[in-house]
Every structure is written in structure tokens, then in C-alpha cells.
Design a protein around this ligand. Structure first.
Ligand SMILES: [Zn+2]
Length: 490
């Protein structure tokens, strides 16, 4: 693949000032249904005025005069929701080819969010941290359109780390140093990815991060029961399957057995570990743990879509005929292809176990939600997570959350007001209210009636600018052109 030429050309395309027909002046959305995600109500016939990126007035349409200089957007029969956030995305290169940094390819993925109504993303770390910091600033300053970015920068992991770009640590001292390095780089929070970790090391990460006023979110290390991770003060757990709660004794006995059998021909595989963990569930303890998590406000991002895709659908569904392939650069698509990429379709017993883990994870999500554990919508989209396509995947996640038992309103909250709460911005963002930042999505149908209606994006207001469907489609066409050019260079 001749990467050099495509690389420089593509970057020039991506970051040139683009001529989408967006408006930076005052905006009036006239006679619209405003969806109040806090109260769960819809107020009809409202006119929403926006100036300098803020909502300045909301009144009944007949009680308000639209300023002459404002861009007038007809809202009749439409539904106005707060802009959506995908709270678990990745910008990164492929594990299969860590030597090939996929900068341009990830820049193109970034451009898929806004056309789908996703105005913000929480980036969970990878090897492209410097590029991600640059994109974050370019979008923040208005130099480039796109979702606002919060990023973990480089992940903190054990030695050797699972992903390129992660910082590997083995001692509490190294853990504290890694947190300081992450903070200094400009990260917004800390992501931990330990598969195995001592309580001392995880405790050191948490203590140092809290000293630096950073939250710590990430996986639950396999060797630690969820109880320990919560007690150590980790602020968030990613992936619902890491939230299953087990009998502590049984779990610790299994750990001892795994340690004893390590490096013998009878080493415990991940599938065996999962299979046995499924028989250690403890509903009473689960209830207690979720109550504690609710009280401590430990955030959970279930990421149901990614696990369904890579554990169940991969190998069953034909993705080659997916119409959205045209928006994905070949190196990214190849990372998703089971023949070339990292993820292989699980087979036989393993598939059965993972299907059961998925089922239990969905149940655990619902139980935790009902116990009051705060939750976020996140999809784990990006390179290597097969066919979880940025932008669209958030709508799938909302649908999967509803299928698992929450209401459309609850799912919508996880992608709006909860995301604002997580980033400490609920007083200025996350709802359609006067004084708040005007990050808004205009939908063609009522999302509280069917969550799939969030897919029907008519227009977007973000960063003080208005993007019509025409503008949003133009953005997609530009990504499509870039991907086609990259394909022809292969
Ligand atoms: Zn992830």
C-alpha cells in the first residue's frame, strides 16, 4: 500500500477549511417539539433561539418574534434533543500492524460522528494520543468541524501492555509516575486496562489520579472481584460483562487455581475462566454491590453493541455487503475482517459461553440500572472492533440498551444528560434549556416513542454552527471520496 501519498493528500483534505453551508450567526428553530430529557416530557410548538453557541430563549411560537437576521429552521413536526455523546470510542492503529500508524484513517472516522448527530466523544486511549490531542484542540477552536473530544491519551496497563501506546506499570511508584505522565500530556481522565493487577498498583493509580483531579475508568482486572475494584475507588467500569458480581470466596479460590495451573499444560483458558465464573454468580451480593456503586456513583458504560458484534454476530452476519463500507478506509475495514484482523469469530464451546456471558451482562446492566448505578452510552467503536462503525454505532447502542430493558428515555439520558454529568458540565450542557450550550439534534420522529428514531437526523447544531442534512451528507461524501482514493492506491 502506498501510504505516503494518500496520507498527505488525505490530511490536507481533512483539515483544510471546508465550505459546508454552515451558519455561525443567530439561529431560530421554529415551532418544534422540545424533548426534555430531565423530566421525560415533550413540549410542543416551541421556538428555540440560539446566539453565539448558546440557547438564549425558548417560548411558545406565537409568543416570540424571530429576529430578522436569524437563520430560520422549520421545526414543525420535528423533535429537538440534546446532542448525543458516544462515551466509549477509540482512535488507534491496529494491533495486527502496530508499526503502521493509522492517523489519516482515524481522522476520517472522526468525521462520521457529526452526520449521525454525535456531537461529543469520550476517547478511551490508544497509540495516536498526539493526533487526538491535536484534533481535540482544532475542534475546540472551531478550526475543524467534528465532535468535541475528551481523551484518556495513553492507557495504563500491565507489562507487557495489550495495546501499542499504553504505559505498562508493575509497581505503585511506576503507577503514580504513569498517572503524572498522562496528566502532563493533557489527558482528560485515566483509562486502566489491567487484565491482572495487584490492589496496591490499582490503588496507587486511583490515589494519584484523584490527587490530579482525574477520574479513573476502565476494565475490571480479571484477578480482582468487582467488590475490590469498587472499594479501591475506581470511578467507572467499562463493559457490562465486567460488572457481574461473584461470591468472593469462590472467585478467590478460582484465582489461586489459575495461578497454580499457569505455565502448565493445564493452564486455564479465558473461556474456562468465564465458564466457571458463570457458576459463581451471587444475586444477593450483586444487589449489595450495585447499591454501593449507586451510592458511590461508580459509572458504568455497558457497551452492549461491541460485545454482541464480536462475540455473536461475527462469523454469522455478512458485513461485506454493508452499505457503509464506502465510508471506511481499507486499513480500518481490514482490521475488522476476521481473515486479516485481530478478532476471529468465536467457535463451538467458546461461542456458547460468550453468548451466555452477553446474556448475563445485559441482565446485570438492567439490575444495576434499577439499583441506581449511573450509566453512559458508549460503543467501543474504532479500529480492531469489528464492524462497530463510528456514528451509527451509537444508535445501535441505544437500541440495544432498550432491548435489554431500559426505556427509550433512559437510554437517551445515558447519551445526553448523563454524559454531561460525567464530565461535570450538567449546569451548562446536556439538555435543551435556556442558557445551555446549543449542541442540538433535530429529529424527524419522536425518540421517546421508539429509540430507533434517533437515527432520523434532520440537522445538527454544534459549536455554534448549524448543519443541514445537506451539509451532513456533504461531510459523508467527502469521507467516501477519501476512502475510495485510499482503496484505489492499494
Ligand atoms: Zn474500548
Amino acid at each position: 500500500m502506498k501510504r505516503g501519498l494518500v496520507g498527505s493528500l488525505g490530511l490536507a483534505l481533512c483539515f483544510a477549511a471546508r465550505a459546508f453551508a454552515q451558519t455561525a450567526g443567530p439561529i431560530a428553530i421554529v415551532d418544534v417539539n422540545v424533548v426534555d430529557v430531565s423530566k421525560g416530557e415533550i413540549r410542543g410548538h416551541q421556538t428555540v433561539l440560539i446566539a453565539e453557541g448558546r440557547i438564549t430563549r425558548i417560548e411558545y411560537s406565537d409568543a416570540i418574534r424571530v429576529p430578522a437576521q436569524a437563520v430560520r429552521i422549520e421545526g414543525e413536526g420535528r423533535y429537538l434533543i440534546p446532542g448525543l455523546w458516544d462515551m466509549h470510542v477509540h482512535f488507534r492503529s491496529s494491533q495486527a500492524r502496530p508499526d503502521v500508524p493509522l492517523v489519516e484513517e482515524n481522522a476520517a472516522l472522526l468525521d462520521l460522528f457529526l452526520p449521525n448527530g454525535v456531537v461529543g466523544v469520550r476517547e478511551m486511549g490508544g497509540d495516536l494520543a498526539d493526533s487526538v490531542f491535536r484534533w481535540r484542540e482544532q475542534i475546540r477552536s472551531g478550526g475543524h468541524f467534528g465532535p468535541r473530544i475528551l481523551t484518556a491519551g495513553r492507557k495504563i496497563d500491565q507489562i507487557p501492555p495489550a495495546w501499542p501506546g499504553s504505559l505498562g506499570v508493575e509497581t505503585p511508584e511506576a503507577a503514580r509516575e504513569a498517572v503524572r505522565q498522562v496528566k502532563q500530556s493533557g489527558a482528560d481522565f485515566v483509562k486502566v486496562y489491567f487484565a491482572n493487577v495487584t490492589p496496591e498498583v490499582l490503588g496507587a493509580v486511583v490515589a494519584e489520579a484523584h490527587k490530579e483531579r482525574l477520574k479513573v475508568v476502565g476494565h475490571r482486572a480479571y484477578n480482582l472481584p468487582i467488590q475490590t475494584v469498587v472499594e479501591l475507588g475506581q470511578d467507572g467500569i467499562e463493559h457490562a460483562y465486567y460488572m457481574l458480581a461473584f461470591q468472593r470466596d469462590g472467585y478467590e479460590a478460582l484465582n489461586r487455581e489459575i495461578a497454580a495451573r499457569r505455565q502448565t499444560p493445564l493452564a486455564v483458558s479465558l473461556a474456562e475462566r468465564w465458564g466457571r465464573m458463570l457458576y459463581m454468580e451471587d444475586p444477593k451480593e450483586e444487589e449489595r454491590v450495585y447499591r454501593v456503586m449507586a451510592q458511590k456513583q461508580v459509572w458504568v458504560t455497558p457497551t452492549l453493541t461491541a460485545t454482541l458484534r464480536v462475540w455473536q454476530e461475527l462469523g454469522e452476519r455478512d458485513f461485506e455487503s454493508d452499505d457503509r463500507k464506502r465510508y471506511v478506509y481499507p486499513a480500518v475495514w481490514e482490521s475488522w475482517d476476521p481473515k486479516l484482523g485481530r478478532r476471529k469469530p468465536p467457535s463451538g464451546e467458546v461461542r456458547k459461553i460468550l453468548t451466555e456471558v452477553n446474556k448475563r451482562a445485559q441482565r446485570a446492566m438492567l439490575a444495576a440500572f434499577k439499583a441506581g448505578v449511573p450509566m453512559l452510552a458508549g460503543t467501543d467503536c474504532g479500529v480492531d472492533n469489528s464492524y462497530v462503525i463510528p456514528g451509527w454505532s451509537l444508535h445501535e447502542e441505544l437500541e440495544n440498551l432498550v432491548k435489554a430493558g431500559v426505556t427509550p428515555l433512559d437510554a437517551l439520558r445515558m447519551a445526553t444528560i448523563n454524559a454531561a454529568r460525567w464530565r461535570g458540565a450538567e449546569s451548562t450542557e446536556g439538555t435543551v434549556e435556556v442558557g445551555k450550550v446549543a449542541d442540538l439534534v433535530l429529529l424527524r420522529s419522536n425518540p421517546l416513542e421508539a429509540i430507533s428514531h434517533t437515527r432520523e437526523v434532520e440537522s445538527v447544531v454544534a459549536g455554534g454552527k448549524y448543519y443541514s442534512r445537506y451539509d451532513l451528507d456533504a461531510m459523508l461524501s467527502e469521507v467516501e471520496r477519501g476512502a475510495a482514493a485510499a482503496r484505489s492506491q492499494q
